[in-house]
Design a protein. Structure first.
Ligand SMILES: Cc1cc2nc3c(=O)[nH]c(=O)nc-3n(C[C@H](O)[C@H](O)[C@H](O)COP(=O)(O)OP(=O)(O)OC[C@H]3O[C@@H](n4cnc5c(N)ncnc54)[C@H](O)[C@@H]3O)c2cc1C
Length: 615
């Protein structure tokens, strides 16, 4: 695609990549590619008015943002780090999320899967850049989140203080409402605290993030079970609206002989105890059943308590739903993986677990999940030594306690995209409503519900919420607060794909990987295993971002315009690049734009007598 790349000096190419272009008049001789131009002719004959097509700056949507369930302006904060303004980058991030340091550590980063750089030399390390920003002191400043509106006098109750409840509380506070959270556990945080182990998400990081939400005036009442101590119906009577975000943390039963032994735990129970500092006794040989993230977290936690740990999984590693790098790290830490095996029964002698009888499986045709199904192999049973077993077969939603009233049960089973139920004032989000179970999805659901609650409380039904959805994906709270005044909320905005870019301007650059503290001694240490980026690493990684779809002022269109017709404008302007009357519609600028931020479009000769500004 790039037809002129080879005529650039390395220095000029760096300007193009980093968007730090100088106006053509200030370029040194070796920064300007040789080309024939007659300025005098151009000046005297503004024949641009005869053209059929013209270039126009058109902001495209970067796929990282389109893929972020939270709705973070990923390209925005990454490129602002690249430009060296980390405070503004932190503020851009803060505009869409209350939990940047948390997501910067544990998010499964769908943004990185969507990143166009995957097709060149590996995605940009977005999660680590988010972590870098989330750990900066700017987030501690009192004005990082100031209430966007005067107090409305409305009161909202939230059941559950996981990421869904916290995100909704944060967004509602920004919108001027008063929020009270009811949490049944002794401390807030949901699975961020009671599920995800501290070696991935240190407790002090989480409590700092929750502390900031409390500082906004959100009251968190711990030890209150909604459904028991506080009836949902009573909450609906006493508050203007109720948001349910009680998660899905009930363990699936394993149902094998011996599963009532005291050395049998559920992953959630085990991890919850471990995070409270009372690591349950596992003995020497601990077996984990399952292949998901809870299984790997339980295994790595048990390993830290000194046990030999084996994960037993009925398919192969390739089919394990757990996150790839988590499995890698677990294996590096010395955890064994017994693939293609299903548990048959636990062997108990004198009340103590001594082993688990298993049956081998082989892989058959794909099942509903798309993965090849495990088929038991008759007569292949074998025994693994076991002094304890952790059941990590997955977690399910438990609605019973919360919704003894069947009206509520029905209402909470039929929610729209915004978490609205058919009972006035009742909303829900996060794991509780099904769908993807991740921290980012829970935050996104909390934000969406906050926007829907806001509209409900203010009695506004016009101006549909759909206009705050970015490119058919996540919702933008920043856009909502600005009544839709946001580039990324433009109707019909196109998500930029790799094929739209001009990648020849971006040389291969290796991704900055995070340092890891692995192979720890079994010393009960839950210290964090990954270290974050230094400022230099964060900037270097941000430099890899293509800034898909956005003009970074790289200057290529100016350099290549044979007529000198591309005029830079105020960076705040939506039409960052405009083209004066000398433009003859040749399209070289569009062809050369590295980021697909320009389009050619027909000139409407009657109404649109091309922008006729002259330099
Ligand atoms: C072991 C494990 C590891 C995970 N690791 C990751 C990861 O690395 N990255 C990722 O993106 N996702 C991960 N997840 C998934 C992620 O944690 C969840 O998707 C997310 O926490 C859901 O948020 P939530 O707010 O909906 O629910 P939760 O985090 O479950 O919070 C719900 C809260 O409601 C409270 N509650 C429940 N019932 C009541 C009641 N009746 N009254 C009052 N309070 C109540 C609970 O005590 C809890 O505090 C993991 C899950 C598990 C189990």
């Amino acid at each position: 695609m790039a037809i002129h790349k080879e005529i650039f000096s390395d220095e000029a190419l760096r300007h193009v990549r980093e968007g730090s272009a100088k106006p053509p008049g200030q370029l040194s001789a070796d920064e300007i590619p040789p080309m024939a131009a007659s300025w005098a002719n151009t000046e005297k004959m503004p024949v641009g008015g005869w053209k059929e097509n013209r270039p126009r700056y058109l902001r495209g949507l970067s796929p990282c943002l389109a893929h972020c369930p939270v709705g973070n302006d990923v390209e925005g904060f990454v490129s602002t780090v690249r430009e060296g303004d980390v405070e503004s980058a932190a503020r851009l991030l803060a505009a869409e999320t209350p939990l940047p340091a948390t997501c910067g550590r544990v998010c499964y980063h769908p943004c990185e899967s969507g990143c166009n750089r995957v097709q060149l030399d590996g995605s940009v390390g977005i999660r680590a850049i988010e972590r870098y920003l989330g750990d900066l002191p700017y987030f501690d400043s009192a004005n990082i989140w100031s209430q966007a509106r005067p107090a409305t006098g409305k009161n909202i109750a939230i059941a559950g203080s996981g990421p869904g409840g916290l995100a909704s509380a944060w967004a509602l506070s920004l919108l001027g409402h008063k929020v009270e959270i009811f949490e049944r556990k002794p401390e807030p945080g949901g699975l961020l605290l009671y599920g995800i182990p501290a070696y991935r998400l240190p407790k002090d990081i989480l409590s700092k993030e929750i502390g900031r939400i409390k500082d906004m005036g959100v009251r968190i009442n711990c030890g209150v079970n909604v459904g028991e101590a506080k009836e949902l119906s009573k909450l609906l009577e006493s508050y203007d609206s109720v948001f349910v975000a009680t998660g899905a943390a009930k363990s699936r039963d394993i149902n094998i002989k011996g599963d009532n032994n005291k050395a049998v735990y559920s992953a959630i129970e085990y991890l919850s105890e471990a995070t409270s500092g009372n690591i349950p006794e596992t003995g020497r040989e601990c077996i984990i059943i399952g292949g998901g993230n809870s299984a790997v977290d339980a295994a790595r936690s048990a390993k830290r308590s000194g046990a030999n740990v084996t994960i037993v999984y009925r398919r192969t590693r390739a089919e394990m739903p757990a996150y790839e790098t988590e499995i890698d790290d677990a294996l590096k830490e010395g955890i064994q993986l017994e693939e293609l095996a299903i548990p048959l029964e636990l062997i108990v002698e004198n009340g103590s677990l001594t082993g688990m009888k298993c049956l081998k499986t082989k892989l058959g045709e794909p099942d509903d999940s798309g993965r090849r199904s495990p088929i038991p192999v008759p007569g292949s049973d074998f025994v693994i030594p076991a002094s304890s077993m952790i059941n990590a077969l997955g977690e399910i939603i438990d609605k019973e306690e919360l919704t003894k009233n069947s009206d509520f049960q029905n209402a909470l089973s039929e929610l729209n995209h915004w978490g609205s139920s058919n009972i006035q004032g009742l909303f829900a989000g996060g794991d509780f409503v099904g769908g993807d179970r991740t921290v980012a999805h829970a935050i996104g659901g909390g934000k969406r519900a906050a926007m829907a609650i806001d509209r409900f409380l203010l009695g506004k039904s016009a101006n549909p919420l759909e206009s705050y959805i970015v490119g058919g994906g996540p919702a933008s709270l920043a856009g909502y607060l600005k009544n839709g005044e946001s580039d990324v909320l433009a109707e019909g905005i196109k998500t930029i794909q790799y094929k739209d870019l001009n990648p020849a301007y971006f040389p291969n650059v290796e991704r900055e990987e995070l340092a890891k503290v692995l192979d720890q001694k079994p010393d009960n240490s839950f210290r964090e295993v990954e270290s974050g980026y230094t400022p230099e690493e964060a900037k270097a990684e941000a430099n890899r971002c293509f800034s898909c779809g956005r003009c970074t002022n790289c200057g290529l269109c100016q350099i290549f315009c044979p007529e000198g017709a591309a005029v830079h404008r105020d960076p705040q302007s939506k039409e960052l690049m405009i083209f004066d009357s000398h433009c003859k519609g040749c399209g070289i600028c569009v062809e050369e734009c590295p980021r697909c931020a320009l389009v050619m479009e027909p000139v409407n000769k009657e109404s649109d007598v091309v922008k006729t500004e002259t330099q």
